[in-house]
Ligand binder design. Structure first.
Ligand code: ADP
Length: 494
């Protein structure tokens, strides 16, 4: 059990200015570094390098050289597996320091970050380490005078562009299967969440990952991220972030080498509560957590609550109670349940969308404002808006903050129609004790994951990917390996 004293000792440490990580070494960036501001109290934490496109090219060249000479790609899978296990061990050994570093950078509450960041990343490395010597190629059922073999080959160099809400967890979702399959990786963390991923590169190197196989280029997405997306030598780009950036990446691919681009672009996920839910108070409690944890900065957050009209008022009252009971504050205080919003920019966006919702007729049930301003940090009260119509901006646009939009429905058909009235389709929740209805809803709701009588929660065994404009290609599970491999056929005349 972690104590407050342990956390306080680590958080007091100063963080040295950070370099790029290229070819197994720290490389000082040539451009003016970027400041890192802590969302906890607005203090200056340190600086990160602002990689130029030439420095990104250097990282890609290092990854390509490592791939081509086979120092990683040609190792037997069992040998790669050992090193991936050692990386997982390294993450676990350093879990507390890694989590605190990440929280000082991005503001996620400790309880969530410790489990969902370091804990989850270690688990992901283990999952793909275990998998990699158990996936085989195929012998095709051809005529007896021919032999058709299907190989799964690594693609070569993978570019990974990572968001700031769960850098280690999402970084590991891309990195671990890409490395397990034998690829080299150049990873670009978000401007406001680079520190834990830079530390991960050191852990991987110490675990025996050969130089050049995993490079980290920090800095401005529009420069470093764009250079990675436009590189002629990156074979696959794996991205999690906004739809605006996702579109730019597809354009960059089209304008460069037609690299495959996998996108996970967030959602506006409906959480649908029927009057016949097994336990309405539990549903209210889990629904509150499903939108408010990590200040709503969760791609699968249940941000649209669709609730059957007969229970609407009681359910919203219960939800308000649970929301107001959540302790928002310093994410490194063990008593805190909801930490800081990632940045001033993000908080301003949350408040602006809330103001628009009110202008369009929504009623604030609780929250709606910045809080704890005296700390210098960026905090927002859990916010519930009711009377939200399907035509309203807050019904359609992802807030990516602690803002829940509530809309009543009268029938299962109307619930489905409201749920699917979105360009996005990442996640959904359905609360009902009726098994047939649950299965009907799973089929009818357009989303990559449908939670039933819970919201959120998953493990490495199941894929996570978006339908509609929430993206393409899934993270996690054995399916993710196919993103980082090419099929190659051998056709042999006997
Ligand atoms: P958000 O708006 O929530 O910060 P973004 O999509 O802008 O989401 O950021 C996700 C990741 O994409 C970050 O690592 C960011 O640096 C990167 N990024 C931002 N703009 C670009 C771009 N034009 N090209 C490539 N990567 C980018």
């Amino acid at each position: 059990m972690t104590t407050q004293a342990e956390i306080d000792a680590i958080r007091a440490e100063t963080i040295a200015p950070q370099s790029l990580f290229i070819d197994g070494k720290q490389v000082a960036g040539s451009a003016e570094p970027m400041g890192v501001t802590s969302p906890i109290d607005g203090s200056d934490l340190t600086t990160i390098a602002n990689a130029t496109s030439a420095e990104v090219d250097l990282a890609v060249a290092s990854a390509r050289a490592a791939f081509n000479d086979g120092r990683w790609s040609n190792l037997p899978p069992a040998a790669r597996k050992k090193i991936l296990f050692a990386i997982a061990d390294g993450i676990e050994a350093d879990a507390l320091a890694l989590s605190i570093l990440g929280i000082r950078d991005n503001g996620t509450e400790f309880a969530m970050a410790y489990k969902a960041e370091a804990g989850s990343a270690a688990g992901t490395f283990r999952y793909y380490a275990e998998a990699i010597d158990k996936v085989s190629g195929e012998i095709a059922p051809t005529a007896s005078n021919t032999l058709g073999l299907v190989h799964h080959e690594p693609v070569g160099v993978v570019g990974a562009i990572i968001p700031w809400n769960f850098p280690l967890m999402i970084g590991a979702w891309k990195l671990a299967p890409a490395l397990a399959a034998g690829n080299s990786v150049v990873l670009k963390p978000a401007e406001t969440a680079s520190l834990s991923l830079l530390h991960l590169a050191e852990i991987a190197s110490a675990a025996g990952l050969p130089d050049g196989v995993f490079n980290v280029v920090t800095g401005d997405g529009r420069i470093a991220g764009d250079a990675l997306a436009r590189s002629m030598d990156v074979d696959v780009l794996a991205f999690t972030g906004s739809g605006v950036t996702g579109r730019k990446l597809l354009e960059a691919s089209a304008q460069s080498n037609l690299k495959r681009v996998y996108l996970e672009l967030g959602g506006k996920s409906p959480n649908i509560v029927f009057a016949d839910a097994p336990d309405l108070d539990q549903a209210a409690k889990v629904s509150a957590a499903g939108i408010f944890r990590n200040s709503g900065q969760v791609c699968v957050a249940g941000s649209r609550l669709l609730v059957e009209r007969s229970i609407h008022d009681d359910f919203v009252a219960a939800l308000k109670q649970h929301a107001e009971a959540l302790r928002v504050g310093d994410p490194l205080d063990l008593e805190t349940q909801i930490g800081a919003v990632n940045s001033e920019r993000q908080l301003a966006g949350n408040l602006s969308l809330t103001a628009t919702a009110i202008k369009e007729g929504a009623e604030v049930i609780t929250g709606g404002a910045r809080i704890l301003g005296q700390t210098g940090g960026t905090y927002m009260a859990p916010t519930i808006l009711q009377n939200v119509l399907r035509t309203n901006t807050v019904f359609r646009s992802e807030v990516f903050g602690p803002v829940l939009a509530v809309t009543p429905f009268d029938s299962e058909e109307e619930a489905i129609s409201l749920a699917n009235d979105s360009d996005l389709g990442l996640a959904a929740g359905v609360w009902t004790a009726n098994l047939s209805r649950a299965h009907r809803m799973i089929r009818a709701v357009q989303a990559g994951v449908v939670h039933v009588n819970t919201y959120g929660g998953a493990d490495n065994t199941v894929p996570l990917g978006g339908h509609k404009q929430s993206g393409n290609g899934s993270d996690k599970s054995l399916h993710a390996l196919s993103k980082y491999t090419n099929l190659k056929t051998a056709w042999i005349q006997l």
